[in-house]
Design a protein around this ligand. Structure first.
Ligand code: FES
Ligand SMILES: [Fe+2]
Length: 356
């Protein structure tokens, strides 16, 4: 896992004035909105006895611990200990760690690391058409597989004919050679590939694509945890079908990932079709997961430990960029404080595997 990046960690719409726990990076965080609507992010651990603040409540833009009611400001400072006499000074150590947050593209982004503000990577710049003309719908899933392995599957052009052979992959010829060029910068990469099409199939998605032989997919990843798939059928034509699948992946433990997905579409835009579109996306994502969870090494092995072919170029770009930052010392250090997350998973074992 990498530090010193902005992590998309929750849908903006799901953060309210009720505290919400996020388990990520082997740690607990709590998010809530203050009276101005600003998102506040704190470590979800009271400095008194370690209770999860997320079980507490928001009061005057502060958060009260659920155990003994200590009150913490948005800057982490404790300003009230109910059991103390009013004149008793509050200990300096009565403070909770806070994290910078931003909201963009429907997500809350939390900065995890120790870089000063001016040295931080910016948030990704995503294609504007997604937000201006396509209808979004959000859904979450807990996937029983490693987050980096799932990211890799999400940016893999060559798996379509196999993993998705019963759905949209059935219209792609099996023996199609996959070649493409990767454009890369310091922390993201993108590639585009156009598939030949067999044209007919039985799935509903293929029914939608029927008569439009060209399927183009543009895949991007943005370190540390976001991918975007842009699916286009019909090129630049007036009736082109467009889907965007934006996903934030983060690890709950080495074999479990929370995936926060936002689906964009320029067809079937009626709100009552949202659940149908979500189900269709869930089915495709699940096709990935049932194979990815069988990979014998869930944590990402070193590049030299697996075989790679030309069609894996975008996956390799992801692995190399990730490796570059791990080599720079941006791998996460073990946490001494929260030895277990709220689900009772061992943090140390999770951490050890994520360092590879
Ligand atoms: S554990 Fe939070 S106030 Fe005691
Ligand atoms: Fe897939």
């Amino acid at each position: 896992m990498l530090k010193n990046f902005w992590y998309a960690c929750e849908f903006s719409a799901d953060v309210t004035n009720k505290p919400k726990q996020i388990v990520m990076l082997n740690q607990r965080f709590v998010l809530y909105r203050d009276s101005q609507g600003q998102v506040i992010a704190l470590k979800d651990q009271c400095p008194h006895r370690g209770a999860a603040l997320s079980l507490g409540w928001v009061e005057d833009s502060c958060i009260r611990c659920p155990y003994h009611g200590w009150k913490f400001q948005a800057d982490g400072k404790c300003i009230d200990i109910p059991a103390n006499a009013p004149e008793t000074p509050i200990p300096k150590k009565a403070r909770v760690q806070t994290y910078p947050v931003q909201e963009k593209y429907g997500y809350v982004w939390l900065f995890y690391g120790d870089l000063p503000e001016q040295e931080r990577h910016p948030l990704p710049t995503l294609p504007e058409y997604l937000f201006s003309s396509l209808r979004p719908v959000c859904h979450s899933a807990i996937e029983p597989a490693n987050y980096a392995r799932l990211i890799e599957a999400n940016i893999d052009f060559a798996h379509v004919i196999a993993i998705h052979k019963k759905s949209f992959g059935q219209r792609i010829p099996l023996d199609q050679t996959i070649r493409y060029r990767v454009e890369e910068d310091d922390w993201s990469a993108v590639a585009t590939y156009t598939y030949d099409s067999l044209g007919s199939s039985k799935s509903f998605l293929n029914f939608l694509l029927g008569g439009r032989p060209q399927l183009t997919i543009r895949l991007s990843f943005y370190l540390p945890n976001v991918t975007l798939a842009e699916i286009n059928v019909g090129g630049d034509g007036k009736f082109a079908i467009k889907f965007g699948i934006l996903v934030a992946f983060f690890p709950i433990d080495e074999n479990t990932t929370s995936a926060k997905r936002i689906l964009y579409r320029n067809i079937l835009k009626q709100p009552w079709l949202d659940s149908f579109v979500k189900n269709m996306d869930y089915k495709l994502a699940h096709e990935d997961t049932i194979v990815v969870e069988t990979l014998t090494s869930q944590p990402m092995p070193r590049i030299s430990e697996e075989l790679h072919v030309a069609a894996d170029a975008l996956d390799l770009s992801y692995r190399k960029l990730r490796q570059k930052y791990l080599a720079k010392g941006w791998g996460l250090e073990p946490s001494n404080s929260a030895s277990n997350n709220s689900n009772g998973h061992s943090v140390q074992s999770v951490f050890t595997s994520l360092m590879h």
